[in-house]
Design a protein around this ligand. Structure first.
Ligand code: ADP
Ligand code: MG
Length: 243
């Protein structure tokens, strides 16, 4: 499972995360929603130390990092427990779809090169673009590129998948196919945290919804609770803009 306690992060003396505490159970899908600038991306990036927290404890899949005494080796192990899917795909432009998947697999020593190709092809098939294996990102649609991004994240078989607004950069025509792929994965008992502005999608796939504002978790609960009967005024105001 994932456990976060007392997580704090400031940029230029401005507190962006103010004492964040939450847990995610194994196999659970948690959606994080909230206004732009509320700290959602920073929170995800702190989970794998892409940003170093100022304080707090992060535990993922049995690896625990306490900010004050964290070692480089612990950060590396923590990173092996997660994989991130980014808003802007972040694919290697000079690598084919397949190589985008096999490269990190081999680099993390999670598979030898032949095995990596097998895993890569299996996952490209799973996300529906095995026929694009030899294509470079520039010749793929946004939806196809993001599906490569998702396959790449799955390839290292992480304890948890972290999605940061995976459909926000996509033209509307590609959003549905990417949400479908993520929805299918969520049925497979993967532990997932998804930052999204797709409220219908969050309601459909999340076991739990966390609403963030101003660096705080303001409210959390079952999608039915948060979306249909929000307790906090901030949550109500935020959700009004989506109906
Ligand atoms: P969200 O993902 O909810 O839109 P972010 O986590 O991206 O919010 O940002 C939260 C706040 O932190 C914003 O005010 C943003 O400008 C600031 N911020 C994020 N990253 C950095 C950074 N690397 N340097 C300085 N400020 C940052
Ligand atoms: Mg963000």
């Amino acid at each position: 499972m994932i456990k976060v306690s007392g997580l704090k992060k400031a940029f230029n003396n401005i507190e962006v995360l103010k004492d964040i505490n939450f847990e995610v159970n194994d196999g659970e899908t948690v959606a994080i929603i909230g206004p732009s600038g509320s700290g959602k991306s920073t929170l995800l990036r702190c989970l794998n130390y892409l940003e170093k927290p100022d304080a707090g404890l992060i535990s993922i899949g049995g690896v625990t990092a306490e900010t004050k005494k964290v070692k480089k080796s612990t950060i590396n192990r923590l990173r092996m427990e997660t994989a991130m899917v980014f808003q802007h795909y972040n694919l290697f432009k000079n690598k084919t779809a397949l190589d985008n998947i096999t490269y990190p697999l081999a680099a993390s020593k999670k598979a030898g090169s032949e095995e990596a190709v097998k895993i890569g092809e299996r996952l490209l098939r799973q996300v529906g673009i095995l026929d694009k294996a030899k294509h470079y990102p520039v010749s793929l649609s946004g939806g196809q590129q993001q599906r490569v991004g998702i396959a790449r994240a799955l390839a290292v078989d992480p304890h948890a998948l972290l999605f940061d607004e995976p459909t926000s950069s996509l033209d509307p025509e590609w959003v549905g196919e990417v949400l479908k792929v993520i929805s299918d994965i969520s049925k497979n008992d993967k532990t997932m945290i998804i930052v999204t502005h797709e409220m219908d999608f969050a309601r459909e796939i999340a076991d739990r919804v966390i609403f963030m504002a101003d660096g705080n978790i303001v409210e959390e609960g079952h999608p039915g609770e948060v979306f249909d009967d929000p307790q906090n005024e901030r949550t109500r105001k935020f959700l009004k803009n989506y109906t």
